[in-house]
Ligand binder design. Structure first.
Ligand SMILES: C[S@@+](CC[C@H](N)C(=O)[O-])C[C@H]1O[C@@H](n2cnc3c(N)ncnc32)[C@H](O)[C@@H]1O
Length: 263
């Protein structure tokens, strides 16, 4: 039995309200598109609901690009009117699927005590949400233990989630206060004024701190660091993009064996 018009309006209104509230809720994540939903499911997220304007197209896409979770995507995604999906998506065009999931809470002291030989990435006051998303994505790919940030921008913002393809669910991700309590981890500033970075030279459990897009690392963080490294570059090139430099350093660590013996 299809719902009456007033019933359908009420349920559309309630759905809009849930998504609107979720965008401001630090306990929830808004997933726009199949890739964020795919990674959320793969990495064990608690997905609360999902909607799509075109279940058949979503099912085809899911079977093509995410066969391991396609069946779960199809079961989860409820059909909604295209106009409603377009409003929920915030950004035109409406994405293939929109979902809400619970964010795993950040256990900062657990992250710092984590004995695995994997670095923590810390972004100091990053400004671009898409850059933050790209940093989360590469941190997940390289096997970092966590991606933390300071400043006003949230690495779980829907734009950052989209930029990371939802890989926030693959490692510990969150915003922290100003300077990190670092436990027994060495704090390494990644900065163009540092010593040249050599593959395999980074201590495996380092906190690797990167500066914001415009001004780089603050004097306070540079002073607190145990060491400072730079990515050697061709003369005349001033600096790399933030996410590119996170990628260069993490893959230097990963491909170099990551035991830090050379530092
Ligand atoms: C776009 S850059 C910031 C540029 C800023 N004007 C500066 O001079 O530091 C953002 C961050 O990427 C990292 N970065 C970029 N290029 C780098 C390099 N060649 N060596 C080390 N870190 C680099 C640093 O952490 C830097 O704070």
């Amino acid at each position: 039995v299809s719902p009456s018009a007033p019933e359908a309006d009420a349920s559309a209104g309630a759905l809009l309200d849930r998504f609107r509230r979720a965008r401001r809720d630090p306990a929830l994540a808004v997933l726009e598109g199949l890739h964020p939903l795919k990674h959320a499911l793969r990495f064990g997220a608690d997905v609360l609901e999902a909607v799509t304007a075109d279940p058949a197209a979503l099912a085809r896409l899911a079977r093509a690009v995410a066969p391991d979770v396609a069946e779960r995507v199809e079961v989860l995604a409820r059909p909604v009117a295209p106009e409603l999906a377009a409003v929920l998506a915030k950004r035109a065009p409406a994405r293939d699927v929109l979902a809400l999931a619970r964010r795993p809470p950040l256990d900062l002291s657990g992250v710092l005590r984590d004995p695995r030989p994997a670095p923590v990435v810390l972004l100091e006051d990053p400004r671009s949400l898409s850059n933050m998303g790209a940093c989360v994505r590469v941190a997940a790919a390289a096997g970092a233990a966590a991606l933390l940030s300071t400043g006003a921008n949230d690495p779980w913002h829907p734009d950052a989630v989209r930029g990371a393809a939802g890989l926030q669910f693959a490692l510990a991700v969150g915003r922290i206060g100003e300077l990190p309590p670092r436990g027994d981890r060495p704090l390494i500033a990644v900065d163009p004024t540092g010593e040249p970075l050599h593959p395999g030279a980074l201590p495996a459990r380092a906190v690797l701190v990167f500066g914001g897009e415009r001004h780089g690392l603050t004097d306070e963080l540079l002073a607190a660091a145990d060491a400072r490294v730079r990515i050697p570059m061709r003369t005349g090139v001033s600096s790399l993009n933030l996410a590119t430099s996170v990628s260069a350093v993490l893959f230097s660590w990963r491909l170099g064996g990551g035991d830090g013996q050379a530092m």
